[in-house]
Ligand binder design. Sequence first.
Ligand code: PEP
Ligand code: MG
Length: 588
Amino acid sequence: MADGSANIKEIILKGIPASHGIAIGAAYIFIKDNPIVEERTVGEADILSEIDRLNRAIEKSSKELNKILVFAQEKIGEAKAKILEAQMMVLEDQVLMNSIRKRIHSEKKNVEFIVSDEIGKYCALMLKAQDEYMHERAHDMEDLKNRIIRNLRQERLVSRLEGSVIIVAHTLTPVDTMILSRNHVLGYATDRGGITSHAALFSRALKIPAIVGLGDVSRQIISGDTLILDGYSGTLIVRPTEIHIEEFKKKQERMHKFEKELEPLKDLPAETKDGHRIELSANIELIDELDYVVVQGSQGVGLYRTESLLIDRDDFPSEEEQYIEYKKFAERIYPHRVIMRTFDVGGDKISAAVAEESNPFLGWRGIRVGLDRPELLMDQIRAMLRASTKKNIAIMFPMIATLAEVRKAKEYIRKAKAELRAQGVKFHDKIPIGVMIEVPSAALVVSQIAAEVDFISVGSNDLTQYLLAVDRGNTLVSKLYREFDPSVIITLKHIINGGHRQGVWVGICGEMAGHPLAVPLLVGLGMNELSVVPAILPEVKKIIRSLNYSDAREMATKALTLSTSDEIEKLALKFFRKHFPDIPMSDD
Ligand code: PEP
Ligand code: MG
């Protein structure tokens, strides 16, 4: 072992795979310089020089950020680099900076203290919010605060690293990810962060393997420890045995070869060997991911989670703001289509509730919020309709529990259309309308619902949690969260039959659609569309193109007779090994 730590035991950790690839190398613990700031009183005579110091630190920070921005634009493109502009905007926010200047005058305190306190207040507020995205933004603000303080102290930024390393950190901001990538970074591993964090998005754009959400990994590792980082399965092995190093080197080669093989599939349809066509599309949270989706060979976007527009703000975007965003989206994905889901707030996502809910997953969530606040729903529907002139937008409602909700939601579409018509505004009159089936009550009456919509998309993440009564985010019960449970598979079949009976197509946009083992089963059950995270799309296409629809149907019929999730998973695994011996399973 490279670090001579052969006597220390190997540790295997599981996190969230954020960017594909395998890295093997030495760890570098990246500790954010969290400056200790003293509170000092300054004399009247020194106030002007304190303000002068602040102005110079702001100027220096602005220059640094500009440099990073230019570097990011070159490396990952303008659209993605935009994320970094948020810090610039805070730096240029005159209200904030003037309030810092005023406080130096009135409180007669040193500038480091006032900067730390004033910006720190915003960070604390953001950290209080329930959603992960706000937490990410709080870290960005903190990053900016530390940058200003470092420049006030005229300290130099340490960003040069020796050799090739795997960066291990508590959290990484987009700026950190960008600056560190100027070195030879093999991978990123962080305690915090989700798959949709901007740092994760950047590592995907930079093609650097990454795992996020590893718990307290940064405290279990020291710089120099050998690591294996598997960005396919989210496995991080600390101080691995020689056997593991060899095994992962082989996997690295295997996956590399496999990914090369997938490239030519990009422009081919997702069609089985016996000619059964599946619509294969991508799930998107941010418009920035669009380029990547196209590169991955997607036929469109099966789920655009519009909630991302609510991030970083405490109000809802106006109709006009939304229109601009949706129009841009539709134009960029054209000629493919995008299914835009109305805001799915509540649950573990951005909360719309005024008071805290004791059981948010069963609370004010998704369409329930829209129907109680029709002015918000109308703004969003009108914006989507106005953006639909290229006829490649479909509207989808989340968290539908009853047919009555579908009818009410559709009534708002009719109303919005009538208003736009009266104003002479153009839109796609036959815009497809669909619903997510993710609440068991809706699944049971799916046939009646299907009779009144154009398509159905199964939200298997929620459907599984509500069917099995297992909170999808609660690690205490995560072993009970089983997508292969017979109750889930039988419900999927019921939904597909119900949809088809009414002549509407049925898709699935939960994580299950991108699970390699589940793909043949879903196709065999009769799913018409699979919408998956972009990173997995080429692999799913390969599986579909290697599959015989008749074999998949036979397997699905058998699965419906089995009585435990273990049995169904075993059947799916056996099928996979038998029919696709050449496809490496990325989460092996
Ligand atoms: C789902 O529930 O499966 C789904 C796709 O929606 P979300 O994960 O956004 O709740
Ligand atoms: Mg859902």
